[in-house]
Design a protein around this ligand. Structure first.
Ligand code: NAD
Ligand code: MG
Length: 400
């Protein structure tokens, strides 16, 4: 039986890499549904190539009649659905085995939660969903017997370096019995790793999006440049692997060859190495516990050069500290952090604020938004909304 896969955010960088791996292994995977937010042409091209049963157009840039007409003109058999609710519908389709959560930002939360409630195997790229609702999300996963497989490269690397017992059920007790001491998350350091504080103030969105090692969507590229990506990943790792932040350490590793490591009590450190190509972690998670070809050029160890490591500079990159503090503070702090970051990044991309204003907007938002418990979806969505309002005001003041 082929694995029936739903790809949310199929037009994005992760979505496209997922379809590439699936196309290389057609005997194993069948595309059941795809989604796109804006690019209707790309959605139609994808449906021509893969003939999924369902396609979701989640944006509101066109009318349903227009979208449906374009699908019928193309002679496609795919059924097209529209709107944000349809994302949750395809995530929970009874015939779906696997849901690839590759929407960017908080918009991915509800469809990913729907997949968890339906007990699916979830391939998680959308780290923002987990950051904003960690405890609640993991509770839903446990209660409904869903399986979370990370495709963020660092978390997938850690997953690969963990014993099978932990892969099956990552709890702090099982880590202890398997001798896991801590996780080492690597970070390339992004395009501004060696830029001094003074020059950071004038960097442009184009410079921030030009990552030295990875090709990614614009939002995560800016997060990588500010090290917020590593902050979000620290929180992601704590939830996914059920460990406190003291047991997750960040190492800057500019070559981006080692994708993360696990340290054991006997002094061993296991690492996962590979070319910086997201098709490796995606293929790993799609086929787990087996392996399939991913079209990735293997590393040539002889031509690789030195692998170096350094501690992150928290003074030039305050976002990493803000994220770690937000996770420690608990409650709704990580929800606020994530929403403020999304607004600040989009304002930076629109050239409304400077790169160095991103942590300022986040820090001020964390001071303003009411503290509370993150124990219901309503509370999380309300904090997300309130934060965005406050962040917009702060952005307006910074512009003025
Ligand atoms: P991207 O910008 O390339 O693609 C985003 C996708 O989400 C697109 O298909 C878009 O249509 C869809 N989308 C955007 N806004 C939406 C909305 N409001 N509602 C529904 N759909 C919407 O982003 P990406 O780089 O592929 O990243 C996707 C996710 O994966 C992010 O959470 C990112 O942090 C994570 N991730 C990406 C990489 C990478 O290498 N690109 C690596 C690790 C993790
Ligand atoms: Mg990553």
């Amino acid at each position: 039986m082929r694995q029936r896969v739903v790809v949310l955010g199929a037009t994005g960088s992760i979505g496209q890499s997922t379809l590439d791996v699936m196309a290389r292994n057609p005997e194993r995977f069948e595309l059941l549904a795809v989604s796109a937010h804006q690019n209707l042409e790309a959605l139609i091209t994808m449906c021509r190539q893969f003939s999924p049963r369902f396609a979701v157009y989640s944006g509101n840039h066109r009318t349903y009649a227009e979208v449906k007409a374009q699908f019928s003109e193309s002679g496609l058999t795919t059924e097209v659905l529209m709107g944000a609710d349809a994302l949750a519908t395809v995530s929970a389709l009874p015939e779906a085995d696997t849901v690839v959560a590759a929407i960017v930002g908080a918009a991915g939360l509800l469809p990913t939660l729907a997949a968890a409630k339906a007990g699916k195997r979830i391939l998680l790229a959308n780290k923002e969903a987990l950051v904003m609702s960690g405890g609640l999300f993991m509770q839903v996963v446990r209660e409904h017997g869903a399986k979370l497989l990370p495709i963020d490269s660092e978390h997938n690397a850690i997953f690969q370096c963990l014993p099978h017992a932990v892969q099956q059920a990552p709890t702090s007790e099982i880590h202890a019995s398997c001798g896991v001491r801590r996780l080492l998350l690597t970070a390339s350091g992004g395009p501004f790793l060696n830029l001094d504080a003074e020059h950071l103030a004038s960097v442009t969105p184009a410079q921030a999006c030009k990552h030295p090692r990875w090709e990614m969507g614009r939002k995560i590229s800016v997060d990588s440049a500010s090290l917020m990506n590593k902050g979000l990943e620290l929180i992601e790792a704590c939830w996914l692997f059920d460990l406190p932040p003291e047991k997750v350490d960040v190492h800057i590793h500019p070559q981006a060859i080692i994708h993360s490591l696990v340290e054991y009590v006997d002094g061993s450190i296991l690492a996962q190495l590979g070319s910086p190509d997201m098709r490796t972690p995606i293929a790993n998670a799609l086929a787990w516990p087996e392996r399939v070809p991913a079209g990735v050029t293997p590393l040539d160890l002889f031509s690789m050069g030195a692998l170096t490591f350094q501690a992150p500079d928290m003074a030039r990159f305050p976002c990493l500290r803000l994220a770690a503090d937000a996770h420690r503070a608990g409650g709704l702090s990580a929800t606020v952090l994530n929403a403020a970051n999304e607004e600040a990044v989009s304002a930076f991309l629109a050239e409304r604020i400077r790169f160095v204003d991103i942590p300022r907007v986040i820090e001020k938002s964390l001071e303003h938004v009411a503290k509370g418990r993150a124990d219901s979806l309503d509370a999380i969505l309300a904090a997300d909304k309130e934060t965005r309002g406050i962040a917009m005001q702060l952005i307006g003041q910074l512009q003025g």
